[in-house]
Design a binder for this molecule. Structure first.
Ligand SMILES: Nc1nc2c(ncn2[C@@H]2O[C@H](COP(=O)(O)OP(=O)(O)O)[C@@H](O)[C@H]2O)c(=O)[nH]1
Ligand SMILES: [Mg+2]
Length: 219
């Protein structure tokens, strides 16, 4: 996702390189392209609208330094705003809660959720010295549960069984209880991929989120 966004943004910003100065007009064109790039990268509309407005106000309100070309000035503004939106500090995961700390992975099909569960689990276990359990509530594809199990076995993460006849909320709650009994520090819940336009699946993740109250939800 970030690669696509990077490509789009660089070609957009290249277009105004070499132009004499920032005008209402070429800012408008550039902002339109940046807006499209962000929307194509699935950034939420309110975030995009706010982002564009911030950059626009910054561009119009600020005299371009003589050492910068208009393209560079615009790049700088977009970059500064991106840093602001993404979070200027590199924040760590919040693990200072009563264990087991619950982390929920949500997102699109094929986005890399299951792989991320495994990578995150490994990192927490090896680097952070946490006892980590993983569980899959993807009851739509038996292979998805098996995929997580294989990864968990390879990485020596505690794997909690689930099967497609169970409800996601029940699976997650049972796994959290089991993690408590095993004195695990963290439990990572892998979910089925979903689109925000799928109302049933969105209701499901909402219910799951409400039921297990994760300390972190990663998309
Ligand atoms: N190149 C690359 N491939 C990845 C990465 N993460 C996951 N994948 C691959 O993308 C595919 C989908 O990943 P998966 O974790 O199953 O996605 P999920 O459907 O969201 O659970 C798999 O073939 C993964 O091997 C990554 O960081 N880089
Ligand atoms: Mg998966």
């Amino acid at each position: 996702m970030f690669d696509n966004l990077t490509d789009r943004l660089s070609s957009t910003l290249k277009k105004i390189k070499g132009q004499g100065r920032l005008t209402e007009d070429n800012i408008k064109d550039t902002l339109r392209e940046v807006r499209l790039a962000l929307l194509e990268a699935d950034v939420a509309l309110p975030v995009v609208t706010d982002f564009i407005e911030q950059v626009r106000v910054g561009a119009l309100g600020q005299a371009v330094q003589t050492s910068l070309t208009p393209g560079q000035a615009m790049t700088k503004l977009v970059q500064a705003e991106l840093v602001k939106v993404m979070g200027a500090a590199n924040e760590g995961l919040n693990l200072r809660a009563v264990p087991p700390v619950v982390i929920l992975l949500a997102g699109l099909q094929g986005a890399g959720k299951t792989t991320t569960v495994a990578k995150l689990g490994r990192w927490l276990q090896q680097t952070q010295k946490k006892k980590v359990g993983v569980v899959s509530v993807d009851v739509y594809r038996p292979a998805a549960i098996k995929q997580l199990q294989t990864l968990a076995d390879d990485l020596s993460l505690t794997f909690f069984e689930s099967d497609v006849s169970q409800k996601p909320v029940d699976i997650a709650k049972a796994a959290i209880d089991a993690a408590k009994r095993k004195f695990l520090d963290v439990i990572i819940v892998d979910t089925a991929g979903r689109l925000h336009v799928d109302a049933d699946m969105m209701a499901e993740i909402k219910a799951l989120h409400a039921a297990i109250n994760p300390i972190e939800t990663l998309f």
